[in-house]
Design a protein around this ligand. Sequence first.
Ligand SMILES: [Zn+2]
Length: 469
Amino acid sequence: MMTLGLSLTCLQCGDMYTVATPEAVCKSCGGILEYKLTGNEKPRFNGPITFWKYKPVLPKMTRTVSLGEGGTPLQKAGRLAESLGVNNLWLKNETRNPTNSFKDRSAALIISDAFSRGYDNIICATNGNHGASISAYAARVDLNCNLIVPKAVDLGKLAQMMIYDAKIVEAGNTIEEAIERARKMESEMGWYQATTELNPLATEGLKTISYELVEQNGVPDWIIIAMGSGATLHAVWKGFNEMQQLGIIDHKPHLIGVQAKGCSPITQAFLDGTEKPVKTGKGDTEASAIRVSEPIYGELALQALKDSNGLAVSISDEDMIQAGKEIARYEGIFAEPASAAPVACIKTNEVKEVIGKDDNVVCLVTSSGLKTDDILSSLTKHKKAPRLGSRLATKERILRIISEEPTHGYAIWKNLGSEMTRGAVYQHLNDLENRGLISSTTSGKRKLLEITERGRRVIEALEDLQVLL
Ligand SMILES: [Zn+2]
């Protein structure tokens, strides 16, 4: 029996490293560096499920920084399963982490390491969730948190970074440009590198998801994961490989990776049968969390998909947004579009063909929809459309037309289209005038209609009410 340990190893040439900070790339060959589990002693995980119970399989830290990450619920999704035509669907609800995303697992390890090594400053490129996480954990131990973000970052995530007092610099349009800048800052300033793509501890943090899944409900048949850089899917696969190495499990799940149609370099490579991600331009998707056109972990993700006898698919933004609504309506979880992608892909023919009706399927719900301003604004806009009973809706529509500018009955009838008679429109106008919501002045043969103060207050009240409905 050999004691458990982890050593930073190059995946390409096998060189082993002992370094002052966990570097991401091998100095001799440029390959990706990763922690490799050594020894065969079966670890003991004691107590309830929390992130730090998996300490025996994580790199050693002299100090730990925690906000209560991990130990997230695995929720059986009965109503959603029924709508999708499968019997055993589970949602691993990572929105329940301290900053509402799975990145808290990586941030806990990375900040613990920076703190253990006595750094004062960290540098981190991020397109959202990771930056929100890192800045929260950095705040807890008074580390100066320097973040580099691309231009289009979700407002909610930016707000988190700001409230946790990070210094934020905007650089370039893509995450790739931000990463390049973070690399430079690291070497120029000697700051701790906390970028998820540049610090192998990120993978170690995320692999705990697999350990938790096995403890919660055994090995699933399928795990579906959204892919941006490919790091999450790779990390989950690493967790399962380790558990098999340690004799905790005797088989592994199949993995399904899902990307946005407008940005799918990994899925494209999978379909083409190539080993490296396919260049597909700058990436065109509203799901910013998976808008990565040059996925650093793409090759490893492809390898994991192949090894697990799984598959890769891509879906449209519309399907993600629709799936997000269904997860919320059926299961009470508010997921961001990228996090809804795994559920959305169950509807595709490719996935339907391979998943058996009684298979255990886990979808990884990585992050909360409350952070994404696009979703929030589209939901609230939607609510402002008339949704009450049709009689009231017609009066409301008429009232709104008149509130824009004083107008005539004929113009209102035209404006409403030919869906009702002119007589019906005049009946509504009479009702509105009798209730004091509009007033009229006669000039020549025509009546000019104007909204009253009372009419304006009614419109305001309707808007307030509809936000609640
Ligand atoms: Zn190497």
